[in-house]
Design a protein around this ligand. Structure first.
Ligand code: PSV
Ligand code: MN
Ligand code: MN
Length: 403
């Protein structure tokens, strides 16, 4: 940390202490913040308009972990990596688990892929054809086995099923097929494993999506059992939806499984989290910070033009800062103002935390963990390209949305 940052840190710590905040407790909570980065975020990704693969991309799941390790080394806060099957398919997962451990990483969630196979044209777990449903169920069962092999305790399921035209299929029949299929998947999970159920308003289908919103996912989870929880992807809502309220309600029901963090301006844009709407991200963390335990915090982004490792580092830094700001909220004062009906006073307390420059605080916490005070700058000044990137075969690409 340079001298200016150190002085800024001391001033901030002094101000917070004078206000009655426990700065060491805040730092401890920040130090415990663990983010999961996506293996697919390191590989080639594109839009339907094309992809622009840079040199030095990873060409297999082991190399994707190497990149994730660089993000963790510099941020000190990204020890988990989500994998996507079959993009990260292997014959034997033992070596992947060992490779992760050798890098100080763990495999986070295992994500089945129910959208890559041509046979899923009319859906996967909800397909009218029982043989296709079987295929999709078997893929999820295979992912449970993979999760056990890599030491993962979470299956993260996004259901891409839906219809494009009114009359194409019957809503209730589809719902029953879904519950029947997921009941089999849920029953196959060993104790201690969790099923995360993601929802998405639209896409790839445009008339009706089978799990379109948090309510549909919650009802599904309630039918399945206590180890099924909802996963909130920030890009999967209509414009203007109050996501922090969804977070609060799901947490109150003990059904908040986790996040797919990204940012959106229009649709499922998958941009760097905190880049478009940092106030929304802060408000989400205000709810999370009040919860007993943080859920799984996974990034789900596709960096198309920016350097993928830098994009991931900045995303983790943005999450750390949002959490730090949320931890600064004076909860007692907030409750008092809320009870007194002081609408603007309560709002101002949130604004005060949001407007605080917490960068010296997060830099200090990172440095205490042996990570970088300024992780993006450290990556740029570092030797990753010489050590890793330049040794990879140019343009070698597997996995990712554009593959
Ligand atoms: C779908 O838009 C999604 O958000 C799901 O989580 C997928 O698994 C992920 O993107 C990667 O395609
Ligand atoms: Mn997602
Ligand atoms: Mn998405």
């Amino acid at each position: 940390m340079d001298d200016t940052t150190r002085t800024d840190y001391e001033r901030l710590a002094e101000r917070l202490t004078a206000r009655g905040a426990d700065v060491s407790a805040i730092e401890r909570r920040l130090a415990d913040h663990r983010v999961e980065t996506p293996s697919w975020g390191y590989a080639n990704a594109g839009t339907r308009f094309g992809s622009y693969p840079p040199e030095g991309l990873p060409s297999d799941p082991f190399e994707k972990l190497d990149d994730a390790a660089e993000v963790h080394r510099l941020t000190g806060s990204a020890p988990l990596v989500a994998i996507h099957i079959p993009w990260d398919q292997l014959d034997d997962y033992g070596p992947l688990k060992e490779h992760a451990a050798s890098l100080g990483l763990e495999i986070g969630t295992v994500n089945p892929n129910l959208f890559g196979d041509r046979r899923y044209k009319l859906g996967s777990l909800v397909n009218p054809d029982a043989a296709v449903r079987r295929l999709a169920i078997d893929h999820c069962l295979e992912c449970i086995e993979i999760a056990q092999a890599v030491g993962s305790t979470g299956i993260s399921l996004w259901l891409p099923d839906g219809t494009n035209y009114a009359g194409q299929d019957a809503f209730v029949a589809r719902r029953r097929r879904l519950h029947e299929a997921l009941a089999e998947v849920y029953a196959a999970m060993p104790a201690g494993m969790e099923l995360l159920v993601e929802y998405k308003l639209y896409e790839p289908a445009f008339y009706a999506t089978d799990l379109a919103d948090w309510g549909s996912s919650l009802l599904t989870c309630q039918k399945l059992g206590p180890n099924a929880r909802v996963l909130v992807d920030l890009g999967h809502h209509a414009q203007g939806v109050n996501i922090e309220q969804i977070v609060a309600v799901l947490d109150d029901e003990d059904r908040l499984g986790g996040f797919h963090f990204n940012n959106r301006k229009y649709g499922d844009d998958d941009l760097i989290v905190g880049s478009v709407n940092p106030f929304e991200l802060f408000l989400i963390y205000v709810e999370l910070a009040a919860a007993q335990q943080l859920p799984r915090l996974t990034i789900d982004q596709a960096h198309i033009v920016e350097n993928k490792i830098e994009g991931m580092i900045l995303s983790v830094v943005n999450l750390q800062e949002a959490f730090a700001k949320a931890l600064l909220v004076d909860r007692d004062a907030l409750a008092e103002r809320q009870a007194a009906g002081d609408v603007l006073g309560a709002h101002e307390l949130l604004l005060d935390a949001f407007r605080t420059d917490v960068r010296p605080l997060t830099a200090k916490v990172r440095e205490d963990k042996g990570a970088a005070a300024d992780p993006v700058a450290a990556f740029r000044d570092g030797d990753w390209w010489e050590r890793v990137g330049s040794k990879r075969s140019a343009g070698a690409i597997t996995g990712g949305l554009g593959a």
